[in-house]
Each structure stands twice: as C-alpha cells, then as structure tokens.
Write a protein that binds this ligand. Structure first.
Ligand code: FUC
Length: 811
C-alpha cells in the first residue's frame, strides 16, 4: 500500500432561501421533443455554439428525467468526479448547484484514545465471562469509549446560485441526468423566447464543475451568479467575472476546525456584458455563458492540513479556462465511458421505461418495468464512478453528496456494514479502480489504529472500531451499544484480499500484506479463551448494534467477529504463501484459527448470532443488522458445500423477515442470491425500489425521486448494495467456480449481461433465453484456467490472458 498516493489539491436547509417555484406549464415533454428542441436551438446558433449545445449519440435507456425542477434535495440530480460533487436542482428562476468537496469535514487531526481503557479491560472481560453484561456495558461506557465520543462530520461547501430574469411562463421543461455521459441537462422555453439549455458535469479530467448555458437566440441570457454557504465564510469577487467563496471548516464535539477552503467560479459569457456587483457576477444580454467551478481545502492527509486552497483552485480554473467547452465535454465523456461502458445489462424494456423516472418505481412494483432494475444497477455504477476515483476520499455514507452541516451519522464511514457495502460492486461490476480510495484508506488507518491498539488494549498491530472519519480515527465511539466492536479494520482488510483475488496483482498484495498482518497481530494479542470451551474469542465486543437478552449488546465472541477473524487469518496465511514470506507467522495464525469457535446452529435451526443460543430471546428479532450472515455474504464460509450451515443461514433470514432499512434490504438481496433463491432476491429488490414518496409507503427502505436509496434518510450504501445484489443474482465466483445465473428470478426470463468480473481475473458475458442459459463468453484478463458452472453442468477451461472462450452447456 506504499504506492505514492495522489494528494489531491485537489446548510442546513432551514432558513436558507429556496428557489421560487416557477409556473411550469404542465405539458409532458418526451425525450424526442427534448432533443428536437435542443436541436432547433442549435440550428439557429453560430457554428461554435452549435457544437457546444449538440447532444451526442447516447444510450437512450440510461436517463433519469423529470418534467419539473427539484423541490427538495432528494429530487436533485447528483454529478461528481470522485472529489467534487454537485446536486443540481434545475430551477427556472433560480438554479441551485449544492456543492461538496470530499475533504471538507469538521475538525483537525486529533487523538481520541482513552488512556483509562486499558486499566478497565480485565474487569470488563471478567464481568462478561461472569454473565454480568449490564455491569460490563456500564463499565465500557464509562471507561473505554473515545474522547470525544463522536467523530467529525462531513460538511458542504455551499451552493452556487444562478438567478435568471426570464422565468415565466415555462413550456417544455425537462431535466435529466444521462448516466451514459455523466452530464445533467436542463431545458425549457420561457414564453415566446426560444429554448434555454444548461449542460452540467463534474470533470474528472479538468477537476472543475462545468456549467454551460445556452439559448437559441441572441442576447437572451441575463442572470446573476453568487455563492451561499452555511459555513464560516465570505463571498467576494475578483475582477469582473470571478466569484470567490473563502472559509474555514467547522469545530465539532470539542475539536477545533483546522481546514481552510475555497471555491471559485469563473463566468465566461459570449456577448452581452459581465460585471461584478458586491457578492455576485451579473451577466446581461449574453448569447451563452460558460461557468467553471473549482473547490479545494487545505487537507493534504490525515495529519497534514497545510495545503493552499487558493493556489489550487486558481490553478484549476486557469487550466480549464483555456480549453473550449466542447473539448472539456468530450474529455469528460471519454473518461467517464472508459469505466462506465465496461458493463452492459439488458433485462428487457417496456413502455414504462418512457415514463419520467419518478413514476417508474410504482410500475416496477407491478412487474411492468424490468428496465428499471437495469437502470438502478447502472446508477449504482455511475454513483461509484462519481464518488470514488483513484486519489479521492472513499465514498462515505452519502457518497460525496451532503447539504447539511450536521448530516445523519455525520455522513462519515460506518464500517460495521455501510462502508464495505459501498464497495461490494467495485470488483464484480468492473470498477476495480474505484476501489482504490477504500484500499488506501485501510492503509491510512494503520497509524492511528496502532495507537488505539497500544493505548486501549496494550496490544501490537492495529484496530479500528465501527467508524472512521477523514482524520482516520479508530477508537470506539457513540457508546457501547454501537461502538465497542473491534473488528471493523479486519473487515476492511478483506477488501485488500478481494482486490487481489479479482486482479491477481501480486505487487498490490505485497503492499497490502503488512496492513493485513498488523490487523491479524492485534487479534493474536487480544483474543482470549472463553471459560466454557476454551475457544479464542473477542471480548468485549458486540454483534453490531443488536441487543441480546440482557438488553445490552456487550458480549464475548459474537459469530460475526469469529467469521471475520477466520477470513483475516486465512487470507494472511494465503497471502504469505503466495508472497513466499513469513512462514512462522502464518503458522501462529493457523494454530490460533483452529481455536476459534465453530459456527453453531441454534434451537430454531438458525445460525446463532452469539456464542449462546440467544436469538429467539433477543429483544429486536427483526433487527436490521444480520451480522452473523457475513459468513454467507460477503464471505464464502457458508455455501452449498456446507449444507447444514447453508440451511441454518436460510432459517436465520426467514426468522428476520424481509423488513429493513435501505441497506438492510440491499444486504438481503445479496443473501438470497447466495442462497440461490432468485425470486426472493427479486422480491427484496422490489422492496428496495419502493418509492418512499408514495402515499402508501409504510417506512423502512426504498428510493427517493432521484433514485437515491432511503434508509431513510438518504444513505448511499443501499444503492451500492442493490447493484452488488443484481450481480450476485447473475454471476458468483466465491466458491472457486464461476457460477452463471445462480439466482435468476422468473421476472427476468430473457436478458444478457456483458463485462461482469469474476475472481481469478476473468470478465464474463452471459446471454439467457426463456429462463435458461443460452451461452457465456469468458475472457481472461489475467487468469489462465477456471471452472465454469451452470446448474449441474460444469467445464474446466484453459484460457490464455487476453483470449475469450465461448461456452454453451446445453448444446
Ligand atoms: C449503522 C446502522 C444504522 C445506520 C448507521 C449509519 O449504525 O445501524 O442503521 O446505517 O450505521
């Protein structure tokens, strides 16, 4: 993990003015009409502008579109380049781009480790083994939690506001996000004026957000641009055409803000007049205008805040301003499509797919819109590309999109499920590069994690509990019910191994190995024998956030911990062998692994969540976390090759039921796919796609109008989890075999997918007809041999890297 890592120089709504609702003439505008209008607009313009406004040939099926502006944040459309994000509202009188930069968190480097924890540790263990759980919970809460007990929130930069003079009456309004080009477009006609069009994107190539305003007439564009922000910041102008927002980040939970940030917008109008007025740039009578928006903070790393955001944003704007809109647009689309085009999914299309996006979930629930599942799948890929690129911060609870100074759960990294879920589709849905920010974050946790291990446990190695933030903090937060869980860092380490499994990148493994080894060392030092069987267990720990019959979560050796540690130890042993190093350490791990508790089946035939058979007496039987099924997904410890555990896992899921928050439903799609029950996985996908804005919505998971997943509130993990679940229905490779269509639901009798990835270094295309595999194509990226399976048919294939093999089992 020591590879040089790019250092990217990279409001609360209440009380902030909202865009006045424009009068929208309620006439539905079709995509054809939209393109025709834009085309007409282009036809009346000089050649240069014509190139600027022409929409390219695009995959028509991958649009989110609406016939009204967004009236709330979860209706706005997200664009992002991994680092910079914008939520675009598409207002007519007033456009709002709510802006984020991925290093703008509150606080500064800090040390929350609790020096009293180590003294309390033996007593906490004694109480737990004496079954005095409530007393142990109180002790852990009083003596062993981080100080402060919260981590730092992710914060917004502010909004770019555009106020337009012509806004009534509006005809032919349409706004869309094209997943294929990663461009958001707003288009409408005002009265007898011709069509106004805005194209907007966040360029990963030029590191700016680009807004291009056109109108198909001369001198029609009159507007002002300004910044608004809930931050401690000032808005000023430079020259006649530059807006500057300059501020400092917030303090939080007693930690002082230590970051400076700056956003700049350069307004380049063609024709008309541009001038600066106090805190705004005013454009009058222009033909078109190009806005370039840059934002950066002084964050240079988790212990370095010495960057110069002014120099960074000036330079980014300077570089972009010498390029034409057309060339920036083309470079942006090319870079997006380099990643996005790797996977195609066709599940069939009906006329329901022509409806505006907010009407489609209801159709999907009626079984009338199979295409929405494909759109949702590709939206997950779009969101990962837009929120996580090499060199950026990993996607947090909201990806990179957040408008609040105090967002839910601080919009940071919850690593007892949510952050991992964000990255489940990274390898399988062919976006391996987008995994990089998470993999780098794991290595960045080692320093603070080693301090937590030493200070709080007197242990070697490193540990991270159930959350981390920009500052890579690792101590237990929130309280013992949620936070006293030492296995978060270990779970993240399994991502290092998975990346290797999919890529066969031995050099990466060599860099990752010390990180994995450090995580394992922590457990060699802190696992303790439990009194009944002498099994080695974590203690204190919790089965994430779930209370057992004593009414607290604190316990010893929850099943999930053992499963994660078993994976970590196995993966370290395998990595050491591949790398030809560390034999004696591997032997220690093998010996310790043999003393871990086995997975146990309880009195209802379920997989036990805890060492004791408590599941039926636990107070929240339908709890959203199904932590002990980590062994089923994402791990491969429970498969058809372990039939008793496989049946017990199924029983556990049946007992839990199908209710859940957004991410919980998404996890269950993956579980049912691994249990090879495609119809049940599909039923969960339907729940995940329930419109939360429908009157009949009963709570617990679903989607907003912009197809963001609802916990509720918005949390992006459910988007990524469902994307992963759709892959798991079509292709699995966790048993060593490449399994084709392991959980195909009846709802998708005919279809095809191209470009999914399988462990071992393969890319897989699958075509099916009438519910049966027609053929598959397996391309070797780095692997040389694989075992392919479709139902009971199997084949062993030898494939040279770069070569493709065609497989038709029936014929
Ligand atoms: C965990 C979950 C909550 C929420 C939060 C961000 O604590 O139990 O449901 O997703 O993370």
């Amino acid at each position: 993990m020591a590879a040089p890592l790019t250092n990217h120089a990279c409001c609360e709504r209440a009380g902030r003015p909202q865009s006045a609702a424009p009068t929208i003439m309620a006439r539905r505008i079709t995509r054809r009409k939209f393109l025709a209008d834009v085309g007409v607009a282009a036809a009346t313009l000089p050649l240069k502008s014509l190139i600027l406004s022409a929409l390219p040939a695009e995959d028509e099926s991958l649009l989110l579109w609406y016939d009204k502006p967004a009236s709330e944040w979860t209706e706005a459309l997200p664009v992002g380049n991994g680092r910079l994000g914008a939520m675009i509202f598409g207002g007519v009188a007033s456009e709002q781009l709510q802006l984020n930069e991925d290093t703008l968190y509150a606080g500064s480097p800090y040390d929350p480790n609790n020096p009293e924890a180590l003294k309390a540790l033996p007593e906490a263990r004694r109480l737990i083994f004496a079954e005095k759980y409530k007393e142990a919970h109180d002790l852990v809460g009083a003596k062993m939690m981080a100080q402060p007990i919260k981590q730092m929130p992710y914060e917004p930069v502010g909004d770019l506001r555009l106020e337009f003079d012509r806004h009534e009456p509006v005809f032919n309004y349409r706004r869309q996000l094209d997943l294929d080009t990663a461009i958001a477009t707003v288009s409408y006609r005002v009265g007898s004026f011709p069509t106004f069009t805005r194209e907007m994107f966040a360029s990963p190539v030029d590191q700016v957000i680009v807004v291009n305003l056109t109108s198909n007439g001369h001198g029609n564009l009159t507007f002002s641009a300004t910044f608004q922000t809930p931050q401690k910041a000032t808005v000023s102008t430079e020259g006649a055409n530059t807006l500057v927002l300059r501020g400092v980040n917030g303090d939080a939970f007693g930690i002082k803000g230590g970051l400076k940030f700056e956003a700049r917008a350069l307004v380049l109008a063609q024709g008309g007049e541009t001038s600066a007025e106090k805190d705004r740039i005013v454009v009058r009578g222009a033909d078109s205008a190009l806005l370039l928006i840059a934002a950066a903070t002084s964050y240079r790393g988790y212990k370095d805040v010495s960057g110069n955001p002014q120099a960074i944003t000036r330079e980014q704007i300077r570089r972009a301003s010498v390029k034409s809109f057309a060339s920036m647009r083309a470079a942006h689309v090319r870079e997006h499509q380099r990643l996005f085009h790797r996977v195609k999914l066709d599940l069939g299309r009906t006329t329901a797919a022509d409806l505006s996006t907010d009407q489609r979930p209801a159709q999907f629930l009626q079984g009338r819109d199979p295409h929405l599942a494909a759109l949702y799948f590709q939206y997950g890929r779009y969101l990962l590309i837009s929120s996580s690129r090499p060199g950026t911060q990993p996607a947090n609870l909201q990806g990179i999109w957040n408008q609040l100074m105090t967002p839910p759960w601080e919009s940071k990294y919850t690593i007892n499920i949510n952050t991992e879920m964000n990255y489940w589709p990274a390898e399988t849905a062919n976006l391996s590069e987008c995994h990089e920010p998470l993999l780098r974050m794991v290595s960045e946790l080692v320093e603070n994690g080693s301090r937590t291990a030493r200070v709080q446990y007197g242990a070697r190695g490193w540990v991270c509990h159930h959350n981390t933030d920009l500052w890579r903090q690792t101590a237990p937060i929130d309280g013992p019910l949620w936070g006293f869980w030492p296995t978060g860092g270990a779970w993240l380490c399994t991502h290092l191994w998975h990346h290797y499994q999919f890529t066969n990148d031995r050099r990466f493994l060599a860099r990752a190995y010390p990180v994995m080894k450090g995580a394992a060392e922590f457990f060699l030092d802190t696992l303790v024998p439990e009194p009944r069987h002498n099994w080695l267990v974590t203690c204190p720990s919790i089965s994430p956030e779930n209370k057992h019959p004593a009414g607290v979560a604190i316990c010893a050796g929850p099943t999930m911990d053992t499963q994660i540690i078993r994976d970590l130890f196995n993966q370290c042993v395998a990595a050491a062998e591949i790398l030809g190093i560390d034999k004696s350490f591997a032997a220690q791990l093998t010996a310790a692994r043999q003393r871990l508790p086995p997975m146990q089946t309880g009195k209802a035939g379920q997989l036990q969540e805890w060492l004791d058979d408590w599941d039926l007496e636990a107070p929240e039987r339908q709890h959203r976390h199904v932590s002990h099924l980590y062994g089923l997904f994402p791990s491969n410890q429970i498969t058809q090759r372990t039939p008793d555990l496989f049946a017990a896992a199924r029983k556990t899921l049946e007992l839990r039921g199908d209710v859940g928050t957004g991410w919980s439903l998404a996890w269950k799609i993956n579980f049912w796919a691994r249990l090879r029950d495609g119809n049940r996985a599909y039923a969960l996908l339907q729940k995940a796609l329930t419109p939360v804005y429908a009157k009949e919505f009963g709570g617990g998971g679903g989607v907003y109008r912009n197809l963001f997943d609802a916990h509720p509130p918005f949390q992006i993990d459910g988007n990524f989890g469902a994307t992963s679940g759709i892959v798991e229905m079509l292709l699995q490779s966790h048993t060593g075999d490449i399994e084709l269509l392991p959980a195909l639901p009846k709802a998708w009798p005919n279809g095809s997918v191209a470009g999914l990835r399988a462990r071992g270094g393969f890319e897989v295309d699958i075509v099916w007809k009438n519910g049966v595999l027609d053929h598959a194509r397996i391309k070797s990226l780095t692997g040389t041999s694989c075992h392919v399976r479709y139902r009971e048919k199997t084949a062993h294939l030898h494939i040279k890297p770069g070569a493709t093999v065609f497989w038709t089992p029936q014929k």
